[in-house]
Design a protein around this ligand. Structure first.
Ligand code: EPZ
Length: 419
């Protein structure tokens, strides 16, 4: 298993271009199930989760290919004839459940493996299933699979008990081919949800209200193919902005949508970083130790849970204390024990961590446990004294495109060691 070897102490400097958003790319590929026509997606990231979703589309009978540079994915769903997502594909990438809504909407049936648990929490999809049932689908759970059947989904009023990003995306996609109007209340407002809505509208769907907590979809009989460029990855952007701060460097993070990183920028400013925005970039610099700043994760536009681990790494080096509250997932503190091995002073109970900044972290052997924890440990390694080895970085490769190359180009002393 690959690992990253990092020698800390280099101040990052230069410019880095953010790739397309993994969490927009996955539902975008799933949207191709809604039409017989080709769907071409641009600005796609070369990350493992996108590869897994392409594999799933091929398993179901669609054709899918990446351009030579990996940035364009073209899906030809005309041969899609097996509306099922098997366990061995779904267990590797839980977001495969995003094909459930589109498959039931287009084919009237879907057999999708339940995703099972994940490192950061139980992450059930009960709300997705309840919503499809409300739209007239017969849902059964047999042998670990969701078996959904519906002659034709019908529009319904859906009120999500909890804000769910992929739940909102799944139902929005399903509703585009349902008979009548669907209103989704307590909908997720994430930029990735809006990007999927833009893609669906370009396929002929009638959607309003995306970006607010009430989304209205008027079903159509057919959707046509399209070409769509997905939005930049706001979490990768936030990760590089935080990397600039933790190394006390100066980095221009380009190809971003400033409004998508507002919450992270606000916390970096509060910690004493300088953040200047251009039309599609953020220049972040930090001259001294960060101040301690409290954060609490929230659905968009609040502070993103996918940035919690990275920001905690920064707080571990702060001149002061901070409280980190994780309100979205029940087990998203697995990076804490690893940061403690690097000398971080963190106490935590269920979903609240109390961080007391230390002058210097010390490099150590650490273990990545999930995608964003991997990024957190890399940021800590960039600032630590000596050498840090981050093991099991297959987690990282699921959601960051060539992260070590981008860091190296900014002056980091980091190399990938293939075991
Ligand atoms: C999406 O996951 C993202 N993944 C996650 O990014 C992100 O952390 C999360 O949204 C929150 O922003 C993709 O978009 C592919 P949720 P999702 O449904 O949709 C509970 C990353 O690092 N819930 O918004 O699976 C759930 O357990 C990943 O890129 C139910 O109880 O998250 C959680 O506590 C990690 N029942 C909360 O809601 C349901 O049916 C929010 O989850 C659905 C969700």
């Amino acid at each position: 298993m690959d690992r990253l070897v990092i020698r800390g102490g280099c101040r990052l400097a230069g410019e880095v271009r953010v790739s397309g958003a993994k969490n927009a790319a996955l539902p975008a590929i799933a949207s191709a199930c809604l039409t017989r026509d080709p769907v071409t997606l641009r600005n796609m990231p070369s990350v493992k989760d996108v590869d897994s979703t392409i594999l799933l589309m091929k398993h179901m009978g669609a054709k899918a290919a990446r351009s030579r540079d990996g940035r364009t994915v073209t899906i030809d769903p005309s041969g899609l004839n097996r509306p099922d997502a098997p366990y061995d594909l779904v267990r590797k990438m839980r977001a495969s459940s995003l094909v459930l809504g589109p498959l039931v909407a287009r084919f009237g049936e879907a057999d999708v493996s339940l995703p099972g648990g994940c490192a950061i929490g139980a992450r059930p999809i009960n709300l997705h299933l309840k919503a499809l049932e409300a739209m007239g689908a017969e849902m059964a759970i047999e042998h670990g699979y969701v078996r959904a059947r519906a002659r034709r989904l019908r529009g319904a009023r859906i009120v999500f008990d909890t804000v769910t990003v992929t739940g909102t995306e799944n139902i929005m996609m399903a509703a585009t081919l349902a008979d009548g109007r669907t209103v989704i209340e307590n909908a997720a407002r994430e930029p990735e949800v809006c990007d999927v809505a833009d893609l669906l509208r370009s396929m002929g769907a009638r959607i309003d209200g995306d970006g607010t907590d009430v989304i209205t979809v008027d079903g159509a009989d057919v959707l046509h193919g399209t070409e769509h460029a997905i939005i930049p990855d706001r979490i990768e952007a936030g990760t590089f902005m935080t990397a600039a701060a933790i190394t006390r460097g100066r980095v221009a993070v380009t190809n971003i949508v400033p409004a998508h990183v507002d919450a992270v920028a606000a916390k970096l400013l509060a910690a004493g970083a300088d953040v200047k925005f251009g039309s599609n970039k953020a220049v972040v610099s930090m001259k001294r130790r960060p101040r301690g700043v409290d954060i609490m994760t929230q659905p968009f536009p609040g502070f993103p849970t996918d940035m919690q681990a990275q920001f905690m790494a920064l707080m571990c080096t702060a001149d002061g204390a901070s409280v980190v509250r994780e309100t979205i997932f029940e087990n998203r503190f697995m990076h804490v024990q690893e940061l403690q091995r690097m000398g971080a002073d963190i106490q935590f109970d269920v979903n609240t961590a109390f961080v007391k900044g230390v002058k210097k972290l010390s490099g150590a052997q650490v273990m990545a446990t999930d995608l964003r924890a991997s990024a957190s440990l890399i940021l800590a390694g960039l600032a630590a004294e000596g050498e840090t080895v981050v093991n099991r970085i297959y987690h990282l490769d699921r959601g960051y495109e060539h992260l070590e190359n981008k860091l190296k180009a900014l002056g980091a002393d980091v190399k990938r060691v293939r075991r």
